[in-house]
Design a protein around this ligand. Structure first.
Ligand SMILES: [Zn+2]
Length: 454
């Protein structure tokens, strides 16, 4: 028994020494990764090409097809062992022309507006109706049908500035955009105007996804900017403004699109995924949402290849199709993984903008989260230290059912909803250092996950 004690002591010392050596090796690798990306990173230039030569790329649009070809060529050029296109049917929605005029105190005023994604329009005809005002959804739900029937409902509920985390405020208001038209139509309304889901002070409308319930009248739904909404609120309190809406938007057929996939092959069984979504809304350039996530994910692969890091598991970059108005790409990827029995160890998504990274949201067991927290010294110099949030991402979400660990890059979110889904989501809004620092955090995270998870 006594002989065991020195042996046990020796083992403890050796284990401690080994983990210190591993930690040192990880730190050296993290520094190599950050040097490569901060000095020679390609993500920013790649994003410029995507935004300025292709532009926005709504599902089913010609720009979407160009973006798919761009992504495939770039993954090949970045050193992927294998690149392919995974077919997926996506909804094709088009906007066409649209205009909104409001008559207040006898004067007609043109109002900047955007129809909500997936909304039906007025078939190009003029829809003219009185506007009825509501502070929030509960007030609309409580209103008698007779008061709402035949009118255009205006829901003036604003993005909550008192939420310190902007994504919490987004969750709080999301139902207004996604479901407001259903609630209004059930009361007999003929249209819906919402205040944009935006922190922004600039008076630009923000679009985004909505969905009609079955059996509900498909009334046109649109958003207006924050200060116009405030003004319209005043007009409604003083009088009875009338709106004239003309819009051509509508859902067309399902069309073929593709998830763009590139991989670095590992020596062991199992997959790690890193991705963002290639589609965007049809205004702006889809720079922060989510061109940033796409070029950062490609940068992960380029950097590992450049540094000659041979991953243990196969690392896949996935540029998902149709996140914005159908989520068909994420579902198709998970279906394929399941059908092929591909064991997914971890998936990381970047879809909250290319701003300064602050942490990773995680959806995994407490033990796995604890493992990631032991890496904190590696991430601390990047200013990445928040590993507390629960999360992942929309596109990788369906992989959770197969036991895949999920992670989402969490950048500073304070400016994200200023430009989100609006004409202001352009390349000029993206800062090179911030974007590349996000890619450093993601590459380091994938490297560590490949080492420490099986
Ligand atoms: Zn997005």
């Amino acid at each position: 028994m006594k002989k065991c004690i020195p042996l046990l002591g020796l083992m403890i010392v050796l284990t401690g020494l080994m983990s210190r050596l591993y930690a040192q090796a990880d730190s050296v690798m993290a520094k190599n990764i950050s040097n490569e990306i901060m000095l020679h990173g390609a993500a920013y230039d790649n994003l410029r090409v995507l935004c300025k030569t292709i532009g926005h790329r709504l599902s089913g649009s010609p720009q979407q097809d160009k973006a798919i070809a761009w992504g495939k060529a770039l993954l090949e050029q970045s050193g992927a062992d294998k690149v392919w296109l995974q077919p997926v049917m996506v909804p094709k929605w088009t906007r066409g022309k649209e205009s909104l005029r409001i008559k207040n105190e006898g004067k007609w005023i043109s109002i900047p507006m955007l129809s909500l994604g997936n909304s039906e329009g007025t078939n190009g005809k003029t829809l003219s109706a009185e506007i009825i005002y509501f502070d929030n959804m509960d007030a609309l739900k409580a209103a008698p049908e007779a008061a709402v029937k035949g009118k255009i409902v205006f829901l003036n509920y604003a993005f909550r500035q008192d939420f310190l985390k902007t994504f919490d405020a987004y969750s709080d208001i999301a139902a207004y955009r996604f479901n407001g038209a259903n609630v209004a139509a059930k009361k007999g309304a003929v249209g819906l105007i919402i205040r944009s889901l935006s922190t922004g002070l600039k008076d630009v409308p923000h679009t985004g996804s909505m969905r009609y319930e079955d059996e509900v009248q498909k009334i046109p739904a649109l958003a207006i900017g924050n200060s116009t909404a405030a003004a319209l609120g005043d007009w409604c309190k003083k009088g009875k403004p009338v709106a004239e809406l003309r819009s051509e938007c509508g859902m067309k057929e399902m069309v073929m699109a593709y998830n763009v996939i590139g991989e670095l092959q590992g020596t062991q069984e199992g997959y790690l995924v890193v991705g963002g979504h290639l589609d965007s809304w049809d205004v702006g350039e889809g720079a922060q949402d989510d061109g940033a996530g796409c070029v950062q994910s490609i940068e992960v692969l380029r950097t590992l290849k450049k540094l000659n890091i041979k991953p243990k598991h196969t690392i896949r970059v996935v540029l998902f199709a149709n996140e914005e108005n159908g989520m068909k790409g994420g579902l198709a990827y998970a279906d394929s993984a399941k059908a092929k029995n591909e064991r997914h160890i971890l998936a990381l998504e970047s879809d909250e903008g290319g701003y300064t990274p602050r942490g990773f949201s995680l959806k995994m067991t407490d033990a796995d989260r604890a493992t990631i927290k032991t890496w904190k010294n590696i991430f601390f110099p990047m200013g990445v230290y928040d590993f507390e949030e629960e999360g992942g991402g929309v596109d990788i979400g369906p992989l959770a059912k197969q036991g895949c660990r999920l992670a989402g890059l969490m950048p500073d979110s304070q400016r994200y909803f200023d430009m989100h889904h609006s004409q202001n989501d352009v390349f000029e809004d993206v800062n090179k250092r911030e974007l590349h620092l996000g890619a450093v955090a993601m590459t380091t995270f994938i490297y560590m996950a490949d080492q420490y998870f099986d």
